[in-house]
Each structure stands twice: as structure tokens, then as C-alpha cells.
Write a protein that binds this ligand. Structure first.
Ligand SMILES: C[S@@+](CC[C@H](N)C(=O)[O-])C[C@H]1O[C@@H](n2cnc3c(N)ncnc32)[C@H](O)[C@@H]1O
Length: 274
């Protein structure tokens, strides 16, 4: 039996409260596709049955599983190109100059999905900034979804994934082929570490970051949650740090904690000093 409008409204509200992701009613069919496996695991015969369990028993693990299953994990290596040019030509040279005396760099791929963004940054560092091999460098990826975090930590990509955004030269240099799949090479892999973290809940212990990539996630959030995420990110950043958002995202509407700068055809943000 199909879900009622009130069941769909309940599911949308549940996802919103767990992960701040807004799901438009026009996408109700997505609940069916994404939640059927969870219904099966929960012992429900249908999506309606799952909603009943969620409403009545309120099992926290199932509430989380529903929110995770509804996330949009679209990503690719060197996604959108320009931000990576801004990193190479402007942001990383500046950070290297700033941190020369401590030789340490902390980078956060917040909402890292299956890891392509973090590994792209690691490839960029290895390729264009070889002096960083003698620095203490760590790229931490976080995501609400345990599945994508495990995938990223495995550091193994299918042909279809490495064919999206990765230059052939980088594929040959920074990956090792194993049949139809490609493993990220040890040198790049050991720069990255992925953990589960919900941007709308208290964050786990994390270092202070010099660079935060917060791309293609806030566009799914309501305004008030964006504002909260920006203040958490601000607190988690070095005062001389850099914040990079997605192409369709901007900070100005939600916070005055960051000021926009423009270089290499790309906007990025610096914390306003308090
Ligand atoms: C569209 S992907 C973007 C991946 C990458 N940043 C990029 O730009 O290619 C959005 C990611 O945000 C994650 N996400 C959604 N809501 C989240 C939340 N509340 N906390 C942490 N991650 C979240 C999703 O699981 C998904 O992997």
C-alpha cells in the first residue's frame, strides 16, 4: 500500500530534524527507492509499515538510518575545477607562507561523501607542493553517512568514478589498478582520514583547520541551520584560514562571520576576526 501524505510529511520532518536536509514533496518517490531496504531490515512489509515503526517505537538507529539513506552523495574528483585552481594558485601558496614556521596544515572536507574531494586536494598537494612532504599535513573528511565514510576510507574507486574529473596523468601517477578498480596510492591515501560527523549536531573532537571545503551540502539546508553550521565552522577554523563553498552556495545570506574574496574566477571566504 502506498504511503499517505501524512506519512511522507512525517518522513520529511524526520530527515529535516536528523540532518537538516530539506526534501521537496515532488521527490516523495525517492523515499520508496531509498527506504525499501531499511524497511526490510526493520521487518516491515512496506514503507507504510516502516513509518509505523518509526512513529511508534521511535528507534534512534532507524531514525538515523532513514536520514542517512536520504542524503545526496553526488561528487567527483576535482569537481567544478575552478576551486581547485584557486587552491593551487592562491589559497595554498598563502597558507604555506603563513604556516612556514610551524610546518603544519589541517584541511577539512566537511560533507566529504565518498572521498573524491579530499583525495583531489591530497593529489594537488603532492603534485604542486612537494615541499609539503616534510610538513605535518592532514586532510580530514567527515560525513553524516557511515556508508560513504567507509567507502572513502577504503580508497578504492570504480572505473566510472575515476573517469569523472581525473586527468589521465593523475590516474596513472596516484592510483594503482586492480582489475576494474583503482586504489588510491599510499602516499595520497595516508594524507586523508574520514570520520562520521553530523554538521547539525555537536561535532566530534577535530583540530583547528587552515582550510575548510564545505561544498554542495548547505544548499539542502534551511537558512537557520546554515547559520548554525557557519558558526560551528568558524569556531573550528584558524583565524587566518580559508573557507571554500560550492558554486551555488554563499555565506553572506546566513552569516557575517566570513568575508568573501575573489581570485582565479572563484569566490572563497576568510573568517572575520572577532
Ligand atoms: C552532494 S554531496 C557533496 C560532496 C562533496 N562535498 C562535493 O562537493 O562533491 C553532500 C554530502 O553531504 C552529506 N551530508 C548531508 N547532510 C549532512 C549533515 N547534516 N552532516 C554531515 N554531512 C551531511 C551527504 O551525506 C553527502 O555525502
Amino acid at each position: 500500500m502506498a504511503c499517505s501524505d501524512s506519512d511522507y510529511a512525517y518522513l520529511r520532518e524526520l530527515v529535516l530534524s536528523q540532518s537538516a536536509n530539506l526534501i521537496d514533496p515532488s521527490r516523495n518517490a525517492l523515499f520508496e527507492t531509498r527506504l525499501t531496504p531499511i524497511a526490510r531490515i526493520a521487518g516491515a512489509a512496506s514503507l507504510e509499515g516502516l513509518v509505523n515503526i518509526l512513529r511508534v517505537d521511535r528507534p534512534a538507529h532507524l531514525h538515523r538510518a532513514v536520514a542517512e539513506a536520504m542524503t545526496i552523495n553526488e561528487t567527483s574528483f576535482f569537481r567544478d575545477v575552478k576551486p581547485f585552481e584557486a587552491l593551487r594558485l592562491t589559497i595554498l601558496p598563502k597558507l604555506i607562507e603563513q604556516n612556514q614556521s610551524i610546518r603544519k596544515l589541517r584541511i577539512w572536507s566537511a560533507a566529504s561523501s565518498t572521498g573524491q574531494e579530499a583525495y583531489s586536494v591530497a593529489i594537488l598537494l603532492s603534485e604542486y607542493f612537494p615541499e609539503l612532504a616534510r610538513w605535518d599535513v592532514k586532510i580530514i573528511g567527515t560525513d553524516i553517512s557511515r556508508n560513504v565514510v567507509d567507502y572513502a576510507n577504503r580508497a578504492r574507486y570504480r572505473r566510472m568514478e575515476v573517469n569523472r574529473g581525473l586527468r589521465a596523468r593523475f590516474l596513472m601517477k596516484y592510483f594503482e589498478r586492480d582489475g576494474e578498480e583503482w586504489d588510491v596510492c599510499e602516499k595520497v591515501r595516508k594524507l586523508c582520514d574520514f570520520r562520521v560527523a553530523n554538521l547539525c549536531a555537536p561535532l566530534p573532537p577535530l583540530p583547528e583547520f587552515d582550510l575548510v571545503m564545505l561544498r554542495n551540502v548547505l544548499l539542502y539546508f534551511p537558512q537557520q541551520d546554515r547559520t548554525c553550521v557557519f558558526s560551528d565552522v568558524y569556531r573550528q577554523m584558524q583565524s587566518q584560514g580559508y573557507l571554500v563553498l560550492g558554486n551555488a552556495e554563499q555565506a553572506e545570506d546566513s552569516t557575517n562571520l566570513f568575508e568573501a574574496q575573489f581570485a582565479n574566477e572563484c569566490y572563497f571566504y576568510r573568517p572575520v576576526k572577532g
